[in-house]
Design a protein around this ligand. Structure first.
Ligand code: ATP
Ligand code: MG
Length: 381
């Protein structure tokens, strides 16, 4: 029996889920996305669109009425509203899982309770508790918004006592936590999946390079020892074993100076650091997500070809329409998200630079250097 798929959020992640769904007509007959921006990226690839806010209760009820199964590309949805429509449509990952993950304090408490390594943290009630925490953790430390953070915008790094008040004021009364700073060697992640029947599969460990808090580049596989890879993949599997809910999860981690692994955060959705799977693996993370929520056997996660994913971010110099980006080179796959307007650091697309023959990661890194100049957005004159 085919199903109608509802997706909350029709940005690039929703778009690539929709593209994968279109390749599964025997399972999915129609795709509907809820997104506030008319002609959002997912709508451009053939999804029907309900124009509305992600948190608009009526719009979510409408989506649930029209869909058999609902998933999401953003973690900021209202889990209570989603729970109230569970009788209308199956929701994956479940609203209960979403509720834990979308609140960094609940997420970290959950992980800690299950003996999964994370940086030390405390809940923040007021300015005094920030000062208490800083006594315990020392400087620097990170003050973080518990909810609705992305691209590092919900974080404030406190470097010294002088910055405490400023950091606290920055969040204007939002719920917060304070976290010990981890002087990591490297940021890595595992894209993990679990289907509705409990089958779990993880993709190999990848390395993530951030610039100004935004993911810039993912190197698949990560340039770490086999021991570190094993440790990280084991932690990802342990996490999936305790975290219920079906779908793909992006598990972000730090490799510490002592070669230990701690989890930074988990995203209950397909993840930017998994975009390489579109070319590097037999099953993309988007297809895997659909297989997971439909209760199908999970696909092969072997990394067939080493790949570097480089994000195309809007130039800092301007806001507006930009000249089309094109690249024609063998084994370089350009994916633009159909966003009309470039804004500073806005995620507009990505390229996957895929190894051919015996090209090493070092070779791919040099290739990426040559591509960087070709993907800078320029205003249309
Ligand atoms: P995203 O950037 O994934 O959208 P986000 O805005 O929720 O997520 P985090 O992942 O919490 O932010 O943090 C963003 C970046 O800040 C991390 O990728 C890491 O580089 C840095 N960071 C976060 N927490 C710590 C920490 N405890 N110690 C050191 N660096 C940290
Ligand atoms: Mg993060």
């Amino acid at each position: 029996m085919t199903k109608i798929l509802g997706i909350i959020g029709g940005g690039q992640l929703g778009m690539m889920i929709a593209e994968a769904a279109k390749k599964m007509p025997e399972h999915i007959s129609k795709i509907i996305v809820l997104d506030p921006t008319p002609n959002c990226p997912a709508a451009q690839v053939g999804a029907e669109q309900i124009i509305g806010d992600f948190k608009d209760k009526d719009a979510i009820v409408d989506l649930a009425d029209k869909s058999d199964i609902i998933t999401y590309e953003i973690e900021s949805g209202d889990s209570q509203v989603l729970k109230s429509v569970e009788n209308e449509a199956e929701i994956n990952p479940s609203p209960d899982t979403l509720k834990i993950i979308q609140d960094k304090f609940l997420q970290k408490s959950f992980l800690s309770k299950n003996n999964i390594p994370i940086p030390e943290f405390i809940q923040i009630e007021n300015l005094d508790s920030v000062k208490e925490g800083l006594k315990k953790f020392g400087y620097p430390a990170l003050l973080k918004a518990r909810r609705d953070a992305y691209d590092g915008r919900g974080n404030f790094k406190i470097n010294s006592e002088d910055e405490v008040q400023k950091a606290f004021d920055y969040f204007k009364g939002q719920k917060l936590l304070l976290e010990k700073y981890v002087p990591f060697k490297m940021e890595v992640s595992v894209i993990a999946s679990r289907n509705t029947k409990g089958q779990i599969k993880t993709y190999p460990l990848v390395e993530n390079i951030h610039e100004e808090n935004i993911l810039r580049e993912t190197i698949a596989p990560a340039r770490v020892s086999i021991e570190i890879t094993k440790k990280a993949e084991e932690i990802a599997n342990n996490t999936m074993n305790v975290l219920k809910g079906a779908g793909v999860f992006g598990i972000e981690m730090f490799v510490t100076q002592e070669n230990e692994i701690v989890i930074n955060e988990i995203a209950p959705r397909v993840h930017n650091s998994g975009h390489h799977t579109l070319q590097s693996s037999a099953t993309s993370q988007f297809e895997q997500h659909l297989r997971a929520i439909l209760g199908l056997e999970l696909g092969d996660t072997t990394l067939v070809r080493p790949t570097i994913m480089y994000n195309i971010l809007g130039s800092k110099a301007f806001v507006g329409k930009y000249t089309p980006i094109t690249i024609s080179e063998s084994n370089v796959y350009l994916k633009m998200y159909g966003k009309e307007i470039s804004k500073p650091a806005r995620k507009l697309g990505h390229v996957n630079v895929v190894s051919q023959g015996d090209e090493t990661i070092e070779d791919l890194l040099s290739k990426v250097e040559l591509i960087k100049d070709k993907v800078i957005t320029q205003p249309i004159q």
